[in-house]
Design a protein around this ligand. Sequence first.
Ligand code: 80F
Length: 312
Amino acid sequence: WKVLLLGYGNVGKALRRMIRERASMMGLNVRIEAVVNRSGIMIGDGEHFVKSNEGTPLDALNQVSPDLVIDVSSANYENGEPSISLYREAITRGIGIITANKAPLALKYGEIVDLAHRHGVPIGFQATVMSGTPSINLIRLMAGSYVTKIRGILNGTTNYILTRMDQGLSYDQALKEAQEKGYAESNPEHDVNGFDAAAKLTILTNFAMNKRISIKEVKFSGITEITQSMVSEARNESKKFKLIAQSEGNVTKVSVMKVGVDDPLFHVDGVMNALDIHSDIQEVTIVGPGAGPQNAAFGVFSDLVLISKGLI
Ligand code: 80F
């Protein structure tokens, strides 16, 4: 498998290491042919980005003719570019896509996924929701049932901040820690105002419930109004604030809620995420890490393994 990598930040570099350490062990013959980022194209997969030549992602696609495009670039919620144009071109040439970047699918899920299906091309996006903890890929395994409701904690940064505030840190200290650990988006505003969770909920709702909604239709609010005194007051009542994403019927929303010990989400702390999936047959709940370069890279890597086995 010849791979073109778009973006080479925390997740891109963790993915490069993972491919080197694990691909042949998994019987995978995969090679990063080129990396393209904001400053140009690097041929090969050097540890540090060293530009080989100028060029856009589309130029890189033409130069390398990959079997697979992997998008680990930062999210552009203005218009999803340059990713969306790259996906359109790659898919029509029969090239598969794996993305950890939520913006293209949060904005244009229907167009991109339907195009991939029409061309019989695989598209993997496990890493967009809960990083390497199977969410999208778990729902693939629930084939044969209808998902009726989803409810969960889908942003690692805000759950980490709320947990650290519960342990006595200020909001600013806790956010700084989350950034140092590589959990936060390049624009952390998107984490704390609920937008990142809304993007994940959009992708999840579309996939799980076979819908075609855009993030623009999702109501969201974040944790910026939560103060240390509110958190300690909640603690005295044996409650915690959690940023909860929920989708049922036509209601798709993200908001802070005060939950008690009898709510399973009460016990999900730090960078852990959780997802409760209700179907017409059964209810399944999963808990696992939701952010971090290594976890996000693993979400991409597991898609790579599934695609190579023809399972996506
Ligand atoms: P980082 O900022 O380190 O790197 C971004 C790369 O993209 C850079 O190489 C940059 O040059 C390139 N780039 C930006 N714009 C470009 C353009 N126009 N053309 C070409 N290249 C461009 O970002 P990360 O941390 O490596 O993240 C990469 C992607 O993975 C982003 O889309 C993230 O949203 C996504 N992701 C990251 C996660 C993480 O934990 C988790 C899953 C997905 O729950 C939470 O708290 C979430 N904040 C974590 S989600 N890092």
